[in-house]
Design a protein around this ligand. Structure first.
Ligand code: BG6
Ligand code: MG
Length: 215
């Protein structure tokens, strides 16, 4: 039997509800530019890098490169303003206890986030030091649903993908993890089918229960 050695967490929508702030920032940009956009459409963006998210927002509209860059800067400015207000109180239900229990059980912990704002977010949540490896929007060229980011994190943790469990709230993230050969835990309503285990959130969950259900 394969021994699980590490848990790798997506950040936005898994450890904290910054997925909501990414949505609000894109909505603000879309409203200002007169582009129809909705919360449902935003679910298709979950987990995607900034540029890939913009392409989803544009729905085939063509803009020149300078405009694309300017719009991404504006969206990020809106997002960073929202992010500046988060604190350790903004961890999603059960996350603090779950991370502490996983560490106590001897598991290595990693983050695999598409976001270039992942490190400041982890600092604000006061959990950065818990992680043995952090992969973010600067780590690899091909973002989710490519498996590259999770494989990069696994390498940093010194595990094979088959020894790791990825926790994700996004369909693109589950796809990335499965393509990389990881076990998967899908969290929340937007994650869709495909994860090995699906849970509403980590509230009341113990790492050992996850392991027992996976292997
Ligand atoms: C992911 C989010 O974690 O990071 C996406 O799910 C976001 O919504 C992506 O687009 C990139 O984030 P950033 O902060 O680099 O724009
Ligand atoms: Mg996410």
């Amino acid at each position: 039997m394969v021994e699980i050695k590490a848990f790798i967490f997506d950040l936005d929508g898994v450890l904290t509800d910054t997925a909501e702030y990414h949505y609000q920032a894109w909505q603000r940009l879309a409203d200002a530019e007169g582009i129809p956009f909705s919360r449902e459409e935003n679910d298709a963006m979950r987990g995607l890098a900034r540029r890939d998210s913009l392409n989803v927002l544009l729905k085939g509209r063509e803009i020149d490169e300078a405009t694309a860059q300017a719009w991404m800067v504006r969206k990020n400015d809106y997002y960073v303003a929202l992010l500046s207000k988060i604190s350790p109180d903004d961890l999603l239900p059960g996350v603090g206890d779950f991370l502490a229990a996983a560490k106590a059980d001897g598991l290595k912990l990693g983050v695999g986030s598409a976001s270039k704002n992942a490190r400041p977010a982890l600092e604000k949540l006061n959990i950065l030091s818990l992680f043995d490896a952090v992969g973010d929007g600067y780590s690899v060229v091909h973002g989710k649903p490519s498996p590259d980011l999770f494989v990069w994190v696994a390498g940093r943790l010194g595990i094979n993908p088959a020894q790791g469990v990825v926790f994700e709230d996004a369909a693109a993230g589950i796809q990335a993890a499965k393509r990389g050969g990881f076990y998967t835990v899908g969290l929340g309503d937007a994650v869709g089918e495909g994860a090995t285990i699906r849970l509403p959130n980590l509230g009341g969950m113990r790492p050992r229960e996850i392991l027992a259900r996976l292997v």
